[in-house]
Design a protein around this ligand. Sequence first.
Ligand code: UT7
Length: 323
Amino acid sequence: MYKARIIATGGYLPERILTNHDLEKMMDTSDEWIQKRTGIKERHIAADNQVTSDLACEASKQALKRAGITADKLDMIIVGTCTPDMTLPAVALHLQRKLGAGKAGCAAVDMNAACSGFLYSMATANAYIKSGMAKNILVVGVETLSRIVNWDDRSTAVIFGDGAGAAILTQDSGKRGIIASELHADGDYAYLMIAPGNGTFHAPTGNYTKIHMEGHDTFKIAVRHLENVSRSVLEKAGVKPEEIDVVVPHQANVRIIGSVAKRLDIPMEKCILTIDHHGNTAGASIPLALNEAVENGRITDGDMILFNAFGASITWGSMLVRW
Ligand code: UT7
């Protein structure tokens, strides 16, 4: 019985840092409010000449190098993003070209599940690997949210950041790898968070087409779903909350992470927190947090890792991995 195992990770954050104090000069907000309500101190913002696939490429190159494989050996590239370079082609194809693997011709596709995009992409990669349809898959979570943020709306502008995280998944028949996962969506909640630009719905541009979020309602629903889906994945795998060594949650709000950990009876010290210096990077937040935790030695061989994510509008999921 095969499963997918993460053999290497990579990450990339754009050079420019936007602090809460910088935001104080741009809008009616305060460092105190942002830190207290979200846990965020600063976020990274892509340069004007960087697009989403550039960020993805940097993170992917690092992951490939650490895995010791070249891009032409990949069977598939899956990119979780809601901020693509353009409508066509998908980020995964731009990425394939930038990695110099176009001629090798592996499958390449984007998955738009907003902040749950990385978990959706990982679960899809696992299904391909389990079925024997692929052996080596590059999974990326990447966003350039700064391009679709409404900088006139303080309730959303202070939250989001840009970045990319990548993982190389390979076929494994041992104990390590993805043990269980569960994905959900409920389109009835589309109004909670919407960015209606760049599609067939709205031709006009301007702030109307940028991100709008009903933050308060999203918060409450997120906590409930994250708790339930995490419990469900643990039950499916026969793993008790106390057996979890590390939680790598989506970094939307430190208060959401804390509430979910408390409900699951998992100590906050086991949760990887990057929100203070990354902000909310949507689909990039989990792979960036994972990469940082691996680099810092917070994750070691044999650890049981719980992932969970909640995104627009609305998607959610959880995954259990034996590292
Ligand atoms: O990534 C996946 C999906 N997203 C999420 O999961 C995000 C979930 N939501 C949240 O994290 C929180 O709801 C926010 C951080 C977005 C907002 O925090 P909140 O505690 O829910 O604030 P609120 O929207 O209820 O607003 C409270 C007050 C309001 O003022 P009044 O009406 O009480 O006078 C807002 O106008 O805070 C005010 N406010 C701000 N004040 C200073 C809203 N944004 C700001 C701001 N600076 N940036």
